[in-house]
Design a protein around this ligand. Structure first.
Ligand SMILES: *[C@@H]1O[C@H](CO)[C@@H](O)[C@H](O)[C@H]1NC(C)=O
Ligand SMILES: *[C@@H]1O[C@H](CO)[C@@H](O)[C@H](O)[C@H]1NC(C)=O
Length: 439
């Protein structure tokens, strides 16, 4: 389906959003600093153009997709419902706004703000998430029409999602973008596993769970940063902007405001969340760094085991592209942030020269590890194999942009043998159970 009704509405809103942002002073400087709560529309490549290399024919595609925009988790919904109305009243009652920071218009929005969010929506995919998947599928199909047949067949397509509503629904809407909603209902998905060895390998890695995920000392840098001068300045700044003398907001409040600003930005293309206007651009950058730091040491380059354990997923990709079976042509996995980041680090992408630490916020302004860009809702990596004469080449894409793997820094298409050589360790000695055994 090249352009469904949804796709038309999507473009119409895009044009409208562009016009309205040109006509007002409500540019959105904060928008792509929302870490893993950034909506995909702010990061993905929107081109529908066919990708073609002279003398090469696309053969297969392996995709890994983070679910689209979701609702907050249960405890966050509870917190938003209980604390944010109090913060709102406190701001209104203090009489410190509107002022030069929080303008009339934003103050009016804040006064009218209400959250209609029941806890049973926790972690579920939102309408924005549905649309992200639909349009992603449509674009991929129009880039690679030979791979994404618009007639569904259980042999050409292999889809898989994790054991969660948000990935299941993401998979359904992706299929709907390819075949239409009616056919998508008939698409076959294998029963999801609670701990899928490819889609969520880390759930099976006991050693990582103990040494990294649940180990406070693995998160030292994040903790130091949260207790450091940049973050205390953020809290000061927020209170200053709101003119709060007593009943001052604390760090927990500021984080809640940042998350609400992020979610409402993700959910609503056309309206601005009043919570965003409370945060200055610099404040948002510092809060973004705090999150980047946390993900770096939990799901990224901070600890070797974290990304080493992604070898089963990498191997799955490599074997899929390398084997000579013509089917399935499309292998699409619907999964989570934790898998995306570990895989990116396994590949060696977005690796800075230095670790992100509590001390180097200032010098890391141009860092590659920006979760807002690399791990937004709906983030995706794709590997496409091409037959070029007798050679087998691979194209890598992230967020629908062509990316060059460290295995082939000088060309988009990378010979599969160069990939095998570069990632030799990962492919030849991926002993997941022994690396994940508790020492
Ligand atoms: C989007 O991807 C196409 C290749 O498909 C590329 O030519 C174009 O430059 C990309 N656009 C942006 C804004 O990166
Ligand atoms: C699709 O194929 C799988 C095997 O890959 C099979 O188990 C399943 O029953 C098939 N589903 C349908 C609807 O044909």
């Amino acid at each position: 389906m090249l352009c469904t009704r949804e796709c038309f509405v999507f473009f119409a809103t895009l044009v409208f959003a562009r016009l309205s942002s040109q006509c007002s002073n409500y540019g959105y400087p904060f928008e792509n600093h929302l870490s893993t709560l950034t909506p995909y529309r702010l990061v993905g490549n929107k081109s529908f153009e066919r990708i073609h290399y002279e003398g090469c024919v696309p053969q297969k595609i392996w995709l890994l997709i983070r679910h689209g925009t979701r609702y907050p988790k249960y405890s966050a919904i509870e917190q938003m419902n209980s604390r944010l109305p109090d913060i709102k009243d406190l701001i209104i009652d203090s009489g410190g706004v509107p002022n030069e920071f929080v303008k009339n218009r934003d103050f009016d929005l804040l006064k009218k703000w209400k959250l209609n969010l029941e806890t049973d929506k926790n972690n579920k995919l939102t309408q924005e998430g549905d649309e992200e998947m639909l349009i992603l599928a449509e674009r991929m199909q129009s880039r690679f029409p030979l791979l994404f047949d618009d007639v569904y067949s259980n042999t050409s397509y292999k889809f898989k999602h994790t054991h969660s509503q948000r990935t299941k629904r993401s998979a359904y809407y992706f299929a709907a973008g390819l075949f239409g909603k009616n056919t998508a209902k008939d698409v076959w998905f294998p029963d999801p596993l609670k701990k899928d060895p490819i889609l969520r390998f880390y759930k099976l890695c006991d050693r990582w769970n103990i040494e990294v995920k649940k180990n406070p000392s693995a998160q030292e840098e994040g903790r130091i940063f949260e207790n450091g001068p940049e973050i205390s300045e953020v809290v000061e700044e927020v209170n200053r902007r709101l003119n709060l003398k007593e009943n001052r907001l604390n760090l927990g409040d500021v984080k809640l405001i940042y998350d609400m600003c992020s979610f409402e930005t993700a959910w609503n293309k056309l309206s601005k969340s009043p919570w965003c206007s409370i945060l200055s651009h610099e404040t948002i950058r510092v809060l973004e760094y705090a999150k980047d730091l946390r993900y770096y040491w939990q799901d990224g380059y901070g600890h070797e085991l974290t990304y080493k354990q992604a070898c089963p997923a990498f191997k799955d990709m490599f074997n899929f592209l390398q084997n000579k079976n013509r089917f399935p042509r499309v292998n699409a996995y619907f999964t989570h942030s934790g898998t995306m980041l570990k895989l990116l680090a396994h590949l060696g992408l977005y690796k800075d020269d230095e670790h992100l630490t509590a001390k180097n916020y200032d010098s890391m302004g141009n860092r590659l590890w920006r979760t807002s860009l690399i791990d937004a809702f709906g983030s995706n990596v794709a590997f496409i194999s091409f037959g070029c004469g007798s050679e087998n080449k691979v194209l890598a894409m992230h967020q629908e942009n062509i990316v060059r793997l460290p295995a082939c820094p000088d060309s988009d298409l990378c010979d599969i043998n160069s990939i095998r050589d570069y990632y030799y360790q990962s492919l030849s000695s991926c002993d997941f159970s022994s690396m994940c055994r508790i020492k």
